[in-house]
Design a protein around this ligand. Structure first.
Ligand SMILES: [Zn+2]
Length: 124
């Protein structure tokens, strides 16, 4: 296995994102690529950062601030938005990122008074 750095692709919300200079090991014979733990983390964080910039999405910290302003747990916020129970915690930890469509909804909650109460009335 040889230590290398090159651009690698990873799907983010169904879209292939290319990240430059990702370290990894590659077998010179069969060209198999192996990511060590930190390599995989760097690829994932890099892909999420590029995707966030491309669509000018709210940051993980901004999402947390919106949720905390409304005194909601991650699970409660996820339920209001009809997301899987772990989705908000993944966004806030930069292990995943919201779609551009979901970002619009988050910005409405952030900037439009009463929008969260509207969602609450429709929650199951
Ligand atoms: Zn090999």
């Amino acid at each position: 296995m040889r230590e290398r750095k090159s651009q690698q692709s990873l799907p983010v919300n169904g879209e292939e994102v290319t990240v430059p200079d990702v370290p990894h090991l590659r077998c010179p014979k069969c060209r198999e690529i192996v990511y060590r733990f930190d390599d995989a983390r760097q690829l994932s964080l890099g892909a999420i950062e590029i995707y966030r910039k491309k669509y000018r999405l709210l940051s993980a910290e901004e999402i947390r601030a919106i949720r905390e302003r409304h005194h909601l747990t991650q699970a409660q916020f996820a339920r209001l938005l009809r997301l899987g129970s772990n989705t908000i915690s993944r966004w806030e930890a930069n292990r995943n990122v919201q779609t551009a469509a979901m970002d619009v909804l988050l910005r409405m909650i952030k900037d439009l008074p009463g929008s969260l109460e509207y969602l609450r009335k429709r929650a199951r």
